[in-house]
Write a protein that binds this ligand. Structure first.
Ligand SMILES: Cc1cc2nc3c(=O)[nH]c(=O)nc-3n(C[C@H](O)[C@H](O)[C@H](O)COP(=O)(O)OP(=O)(O)OC[C@H]3O[C@@H](n4cnc5c(N)ncnc54)[C@H](O)[C@@H]3O)c2cc1C
Ligand code: SF4
Ligand code: SF4
Length: 396
């Protein structure tokens, strides 16, 4: 694999390692994204603010709570993502899948892999923290003669893929996306693990769940649940989350054919089919997939306002305001009971991320805002009194 070209805001999606690294200039989410144009090309239309929830989650046909009737061992949730790819390979719909496996030297480090056998999808199950050059496998896939492929990616990878898709010459590309937020380098993630346990090397699984708890699993099979409020977030160094991951503008992977997350799932997975190909993908699972309508409870405004106040401090270089120790257990108990749930939880998180984008970019790279912050971010933050300052928005 070629070395990555030096770039400013960059999550090394792999494009700068291709034979045409200059494509970054037009294909990068962090330079001059054009979501409406790509949404229209991929889904037949851009997100429609008049349709319920599209301003938050992008264009979609259906949103569902879902789980596999038989969860897959090693999966992050029940394994819908890797099972879809497995079925695509088994039915011959694709010849190869581009995704991440765990690096043999560090099980938390993502390592791009090209998989051609359905049974080999098992190695991709589970979440790794960090980013790795997934799209650097596009050229090897084409060179190996694969004509129909699937790509499983996080939003910054999927944006670049969609931007160059038509020039790649594949007959068909299925795009399976997961949401992504608060990612960091694998090195930084190890710092976090050390704060969570005296035996960080024994942690095999970590997930931020929609019930306001982080779930940890350990090598001996034990589990631990930590309320969000008791996480050692205020002990993390100020640069723990790279600026890319604090300012990216697509939480829910709006350009994927199908998005598979958990935020709107109330303890189950959360699916958004975005176009006909996304529906085709769900169809591959047949009776193996159990679905239910999404629910929504609670009100997000006060949580989002509290978050905004904290981000204002952090973006201004001040430490995060930690809640007093005596209040944490009380709030830790109350939040899952009173806080936003289901789709309202997903809206809460999407709005919080939009606020981070505006405030962190304004503090660190104000000149980039004009090109990097799309209209949908301004629409999301407007309710909280944030608006573009002169020069921060492209007019027309
Ligand atoms: C860094 C990160 C942050 C996330 N944050 C959220 C969130 O805030 N809200 C939400 O609803 N969902 C989030 N997700 C998605 C969620 O954790 C699950 O991956 C998703 O719900 C699929 O579950 P599953 O059981 O179907 O996946 P599995 O069948 O276990 O498959 C997981 C797939 O994800 C791929 N993958 C794992 N790690 C990475 C990585 N670092 N980069 C690229 N691909 C990877 C694997 O290769 C595999 O194909 C995040 C995922 C990542 C990687
Ligand atoms: S397109 Fe990918 S490799 Fe290029 S600058 Fe953006 S994230 Fe980095
Ligand atoms: S948080 Fe955003 S920029 Fe960071 S890895 Fe995830 S999608 Fe990419």
């Amino acid at each position: 694999m070629r070395a990555a070209a030096p770039r400013g805001l960059c999550t090394d999606c792999g494009l700068s390692r291709s034979a045409a690294p200059k494509q970054c200039g037009t294909a990068c989410q962090f330079i001059q994204p054009d979501y409406p144009a790509l949404e229209a090309r991929v889904h037949g239309r851009a997100r429609d603010p008049a349709r319920a929830d599209e301003v938050f989650f992008g264009p979609f046909r259906r949103m569902l709570r879902a789980k596999l009737a038989e969860p897959k061992p090693g999966a992050q949730w029940t394994g819908i993502t890797t099972t879809l790819a497995e079925r695509l390979l088994a039915t011959g719909a694709v010849d190869a899948v581009l995704t991440m496996a765990a690096d043999p030297a560090d099980s938390w480090r993502p390592m791009p892999v090209l998989i051609t056998k359905p049974e080999a999808m098992a190695q991709a199950r589970g979440m790794r923290m960090g980013y790795a050059p997934l799209l650097a496998l596009l050229e090897p896939a084409a060179a190996a003669g694969h004509r129909r492929i699937a790509v499983i990616g996080i939003p910054c990878q999927v944006y670049a893929l969609r931007a160059i898709e038509e020039s790649l010459g594949f007959e068909r590309i299925y795009v399976i996306g997961t949401p992504c937020s608060d990612n960091t380098t694998t090195e930084n993630f190890h710092v976090f693990l050390k704060l969570l346990s005296p035996r960080p090397e024994s942690i095999t699984y970590l997930e931020f769940r929609a019930d306001y708890h982080v779930e940890l699993r350990f090598t001996d099979g034990s589990r631990r649940e930590i309320p969000f409020l008791q996480l050692p977030i205020s002990k993390l160094p100020g640069d723990f989350f790279p600026l890319t991951c604090r300012t990216c503008v697509d939480y829910t992977n709006v350009l994927a054919d199908i998005t598979i997350g958990y935020m709107g799932g109330e303890g189950e997975q959360w699916l958004l089919t975005r176009n006909a190909r996304g529906e085709e993908l769900i169809g591959l699972l047949g009776d193996a997939l159990i679905t239910a309508p999404c629910g929504s409870r609670g009100k997000r405004a006060s949580s989002v306002r509290g978050f905004l106040a904290n981000v204002e401090r952090a973006a201004g270089g001040l430490p995060l305001r930690a809640m007093p120790d005596w209040l944490r257990p009380v709030m830790g108990w109350l939040m899952p009971r009173l806080g936003p749930r289901g789709l309202e939880f997903a809206r809460t998180r999407v709005e919080m991320k939009a606020i981070e984008t505006v405030l962190h970019l304004r503090a660190r790279h104000p000149k980039r805002m004009r090109h990097m912050v799309p209209q949908h971010i301004w629409d999301l933050v407007a309710a909280y009194g944030l608006a573009a300052k002169p020069g921060e928005r492209k007019e027309g």
